[in-house]
Design a protein around this ligand. Structure first.
Ligand SMILES: [Zn+2]
Length: 378
């Protein structure tokens, strides 16, 4: 960071020099959320990767401020409103909208305590987490969520195509220990049933923002494939024209089976019998089915064990979900580059509004021939 004092800020010549070299915005390195700030944090992340190796999990925690009653109570108490037993949707929205600072500080507090008590220490829900790196992102309506690579001690590491069979089995065992897609019935586990149904279920109608490619593909890849076990699929490269044709047929058949299952699911909860009946209908053995799934993806991918009733359920860690009480996502990292790219994308298009605002102000001031002091003030 370039140190800057008040007297320097008043020195027109010095400011002119910084501005001329487009260095004036580097002072934003200390302003959280600015592109310059994330550029610096990303260097920290690369340093962590060098020291600790490839991270184990990528964890995302969303905010459920409309659901966390203690949140709303604190906001109500602090803004002189009445603390109620139950708030209407409008009351909740108003409380949060009128108090963004308290809402943001409460999230930060909850997040830090959660990490301390359940992840990095305390209950050790993901094993012995050595370290973590978080990027808190604000969604459009201002609700925060945290994206985090985590490093777990003694976790098996995926090493691309060179990964031996024994390690692959260890990864699968490791994933099954910490990640699940289970959607229990009310009788099996009433509490978890509600958590999963309310927090982890993707809408069958999708949402305005999740459909891409002219509304044909869900960017969260829902629905997800039913699977009797957790396995890693490796992309299958067609060797000849016959293969290309076969893959086309397989893809179409997979789509057709999903349509059939969707129709069935309108009236009932899907069971293994429904799934087996569909496989029989297309003359597919389960082994074929598993192999066919691998033809759909162009990168290695983990398919988590998933029962027929959980095609719309995002994977989660049971203990973390119960404790966090908001939507979460957890993935075992197979591709550290994808993980780095994802976080990197924030420095190239970080808090876009802020970046654009700065640029626009800069341009406007230049065109308006404002003095440097006036520009910085803006
Ligand atoms: Zn979707």
């Amino acid at each position: 960071m370039i140190p800057m004092t008040a007297s320097q800020g008043k020195d027109e010549n010095q400011l002119k020099l910084l501005l001329k070299n487009d260095m004036i915005y580097r002072h934003f390195e200390t302003v959280r959320g600015s592109p310059q700030y994330w550029n610096q944090r990303l260097k920290d992340l690369f340093g962590m990767n060098r020291q600790l190796g490839i991270s184990t999990f990528f964890l995302t925690l969303s905010c459920a401020d409309m659901r966390w009653k203690e949140f709303l109570d604190v906001i109500a108490r602090n803004s002189g409103e009445e603390v109620k037993e139950v708030y209407s949707f409008l009351e909740k929205a108003n409380l949060i909208r009128k108090n963004p600072v308290i809402a943001a500080r409460m999230f930060e507090r909850r997040f830090q305590v959660f990490m301390k008590k359940f992840v990095k220490g305390g209950a050790y829900c993901l094993g012995e987490v050595i370290d973590w790196f978080a990027r808190i992102e604000m969604q459009m309506r201002g609700s925060p969520h945290a994206h985090m690579p985590l490093w777990v001690k003694n976790a098996p590491k995926y090493n691309g195509k060179n990964t031996d069979e024994k390690t692959v089995l260890k990864i699968i065992e490791f994933c099954d220990k910490y990640i699940t897609t289970w959607f229990p019935s009310i009788d099996e586990d009433g509490e978890l049933h509600h958590y999963v149904k309310e927090l982890q279920r993707h809408s069958r109608n999708h949402s305005k923002s999740c459909l891409i490619c002219h509304g044909t593909i869900c960017r969260f890849e829902f629905l997800r494939a039913i699977s009797r076990r957790t396995f890693i699929s490796f992309p299958y490269m067609p060797k000849n024209d016959e293969d290309v044709e076969l893959i086309k047929i397989v893809k179409k058949t997979l789509r057709d089976t999903n349509i059939e299952l969707n129709n069935l699911e309108k009236d009932k909860i899907l069971t293994w019998t429904d799934f087996d009946t569909i496989l029989d209908k297309y003359n597919w053995t389960y082994e074929y089915y598993e192999w066919f799934l691998s033809t759909v993806h162009s990168r290695p991918k983990i398919f988590h064990k998933r029962e027929p009733n959980a095609r719309w359920i995002n994977q989660y860690n049971e203990e973390l979900l119960r404790a966090w009480n908001a939507n979460m996502d957890i993935q075992f990292i197979l591709d550290p580059y994808a993980c780095a790219r994802y976080l990197m994308s924030y420095t190239t298009k970080p808090e876009r509004e802020m970046s654009l605002l700065l640029e626009a102000t800069h341009k406007e001031c230049r065109e308006g021939n404002l003095t440097v002091r006036e520009e910085v003030k803006r």
